[in-house]
Design a protein around this ligand. Structure first.
Ligand code: TRP
Length: 328
C-alpha cells in the first residue's frame, strides 16, 4: 500500500426520495466536500429501508429521486461510484457471517435501535431491526471503508462495525480496517416545527423547492413564542429560524441577532431574509437537477456503472474473507 494512497470513505443513506435540507446539511454537503481528498463510495441502503416500510413499490422511484438530488448538489459519480446495496449480493453474504460475530445483547443495547422503535411507534421488533447495524457493518467493511461520515445518530452503528471488524480480524485473519466515524459539523438541522426534519412529519424544505415554496414554508416556521408583536425583543437562542440563519446566513448572524434582540427586526422580515439565503444557496443546483430529472436513463446508467465498480471491490473482499475462513 503506497503511503499517499487516499483513504476510503464509505457513506450511505436510505432511499427516502427527494432530499431535504437536513439531508443536505447533515450529509450531502459534507460528502461533496470530501470528494477530492478521499476515495468515496456512496451506498444507497435499499435493504435497510425495509426496516421502516415493508411496501417496496416506491423504492426504485425514491432511489432515483434521491440520486437526482445527490447529483444536483455535486456528487461526481465518475470520481465516486453510487450504487444500491441490494444489487451487490456480497453485502448479504458478509452480513450473514457478521451475524455470528456479535451478541444479541450487544445489539439490544444499541441506542439508535431504541430511538427507531420510538419513532416507528412499534412495541415489537423484527429480526431486521436488531440486525440493522450488522448489515451496516457489512456495507462498510465489504468496501474496507476507513472513514464513515455520519450524523450523531449513526455513530453507535460505526462503533458496532469496529467491534465486528476486530472480532473478525482476531478470529480469522486481518482482512478489515477499523473504520472511524467522521461526524458532520452540523449533525442535525431540525424541521420547521422543531422536530427532527422528516418528510413524514411535513416539516421539511426540499432541495428541489423553488424560492416561492421556501418562502411559504419559512413563514410557518416556529420562532420565539414570546415575541408576539413585531417590535417585541426576541431571543435568537430559542428561535428555530435563527438556527437556519446560523447555517445559511453565517456572515450576517450578528446583525440578525442584535436586530432580533432589540426588536428592530421583526419575525416576518427575518424569515424573508432566511428564505432568500436558503434559495440563493440552492439555486446553483436547479439546472443540474432539471437536467437529470429530464434524463433519467442517464441517471440509471450512472447507477449501473457504480454498481459494476462497487461489485468488483465487494467480490475481491469476499474472496479474502472466504480464504481467511478457509471456506475455499
Ligand atoms: N443507517 C444509515 C442511515 O439511516 C444508512 C446506511 C446504511 C449507512 N448503510 C450504511 C450509512 C453504511 C453509512 C455507512 O442513515
Amino acid at each position: 500500500m503506497s503511503e499517499n494512497r487516499k483513504k476510503r470513505i464509505l457513506s450511505g443513506m436510505r432511499p427516502t426520495g427527494k432530499m431535504h435540507l437536513g439531508n443536505y446539511v447533515g450529509a450531502l454537503e459534507n460528502w461533496v466536500k470530501l470528494q477530492n481528498e478521499y476515495e468515496n463510495l456512496h451506498l444507497i441502503a435499499d435493504y435497510h429501508v425495509l426496516t421502516t416500510k415493508l411496501d417496496t413499490k416506491e423504492i426504485l422511484t425514491n432511489t432515483m429521486e434521491m440520486l437526482i438530488d445527490w447529483l444536483a448538489v455535486g456528487i461526481d459519480p465518475v470520481k465516486s461510484p453510487v450504487f444500491r446495496q441490494s444489487k451487490i449480493k456480497e453485502h448479504s453474504e458478509l452480513h450473514l457471517i457478521f451475524s455470528m460475530l456479535v451478541t444479541t445483547a450487544r445489539l439490544e443495547r444499541n441506542p439508535t435501535l431504541k430511538e427507531q422503535v420510538k419513532d416507528l411507534n412499534i412495541d415489537s421488533l423484527i429480526y431486521g431491526h436488531l440486525g440493522y447495524p450488522v448489515l451496516q457493518a457489512a456495507d462498510i467493511l465489504i468496501y474496507k471503508g476507513e472513514i464513515v461520515p455520519v450524523g450523531e445518530d449513526q455513530a453507535p452503528h460505526v462503533e458496532i462495525t469496529r467491534e465486528i471488524a476486530r472480532k473478525f480480524n482476531t478470529t480469522y485473519d486481518e482482512v478489515f480496517p477499523i473504520p472511524k466515524t467522521k461526524l458532520t459539523n452540523f449533525a442535525r438541522l431540525p424541521g420547521l416545527d422543531r422536530n427532527k426534519m422528516s418528510k413524514s412529519l411535513g416539516n421539511t424544505i426540499l432541495i428541489s423547492d423553488n424560492s416561492e415554496d421556501i418562502r411559504k414554508k419559512m413563514m410557518k416556521a416556529i420562532t420565539d413564542p414570546e415575541k408576539i408583536r413585531r417590535n417585541d425583543p426576541g431571543r435568537p437562542e430559542v428561535c428555530l429560524v435563527n438556527t437556519y440563519h446560523k447555517k445559511f446566513n453565517e456572515n450576517k448572524i450578528e446583525e440578525i441577532n442584535s436586530g432580533c434582540k432589540s426588536g428592530e427586526l421583526g419575525c416576518v422580515d427575518c424569515k424573508k431574509m432566511c428564505a432568500t439565503a436558503i434559495s440563493e444557496q440552492l439555486a446553483p443546483f436547479t439546472e443540474k437537477r432539471q437536467y437529470y430529472s429530464d434524463n433519467r436513463d442517464e441517471v440509471m446508467d450512472i447507477l449501473l456503472d457504480g454498481e459494476k465498480r462497487a461489485a468488483k471491490i465487494a467480490k475481491s473482499t469476499m474472496e479474502q474473507v472466504r480464504k481467511a475462513m478457509s471456506l475455499g
